[in-house]
Design a protein around this ligand. Structure first.
Ligand SMILES: N[C@@H](CCC(=O)N[C@@H](CS)C(=O)NCC(=O)O)C(=O)O
Length: 225
């Protein structure tokens, strides 16, 4: 690996695209941005499809290496570019396993099974494609609240971050889901609210929010909410 990485991040404007922006700001990495947005047709161009046949954002190019899936990109950045001073990943094997457990839990239960289901079936989001289904949206919101109890239990011991004293990329994944839930009017639990405010005060979070803004306005149906 070269001393100065050649990083390009494709994608802005959603709860998934902000994750790698944020990880790179936490790690102090310089990178180029290709500000393509969701549902704009920009993920379907020949150039982009060659890089990412799945035609989804975000996508990271690190030199000649490409990786998609926001959680995988964040894990890759965490493992490749953490330093003793700036680390997004725990050190011991067991802590690493617990970190992975949180990452999979957040992506599977909070993002895919709850929030993305809401997105697909809300009238103001992708309901025009997948069908407007208020009952499904309500159930998915309730499922989110149930699953969030596991986070609340973990935070109830007074820890600062999901893994304790160390901020890791699991916190990046969780915060983006909490932001998304708040935007959808899902009540987040008592311990999650102060946690969210604590994390949102991080400089790297605010830099990522600024970096994740689309160049042209994204229509409500395409945006994260
Ligand atoms: N599981 C993927 C989901 C990526 C995804 O669905 N991205 C959407 C935007 S949030 C997308 O690119 N949709 C295709 C498009 O907008 O053209 C991840 O976390 O990266």
């Amino acid at each position: 690996m070269s001393a100065t990485p050649d990083l390009t991040l494709w994608g802005v404007g959603t709860s998934r695209t902000i994750r790698p922006h944020w990880a790179m700001h936490e790690l102090g990495l310089s990178y180029k941005v290709k500000p393509i947005g969701p549902r704009t047709g920009e993920t379907k161009t020949a150039e982009y499809t060659r890089l990412n046949p799945r035609q989804k954002i975000p996508l990271l190019q690190d030199g000649d290496f490409c990786i998609g899936e926001s959680a995988a990109i964040v894990a890759y950045l965490s493992r490749t570019y953490s330093t003793p001073d700036r680390s997004l990943i725990p050190e011991t094997q067991r802590e690493l396993a617990a970190w992975l457990e949180w990452c999979f839990f957040i992506v599977a239960e909070l993002d895919s099974t709850s929030l993305y289901v809401m997105r697909r079936h809300r009238a103001d989001a992708l309901g025009h494609i997948y069908g407007v289904a208020p009952e499904v949206v309500a159930q998915a919101g309730e499922y989110f609240r149930q699953q969030l109890r596991h986070v609340e239990v973990a935070l109830a011991d007074g820890r600062t971050f999901l893994m304790g004293d160390q901020f890791t990329s699991a916190d990046i994944l969780l915060t983006t889901c909490l932001d998304w839930a708040v935007a959808y009017g899902v009540c987040i639990c008592d311990n999650a609210q102060p946690y969210l405010e604590r994390i949102q005060s991080r400089a790297a979070y605010q830099q990522a929010v600024a970096a994740n803004v689309p160049v042209a306005p994204i229509t409500p149906a395409a945006a994260k909410v």
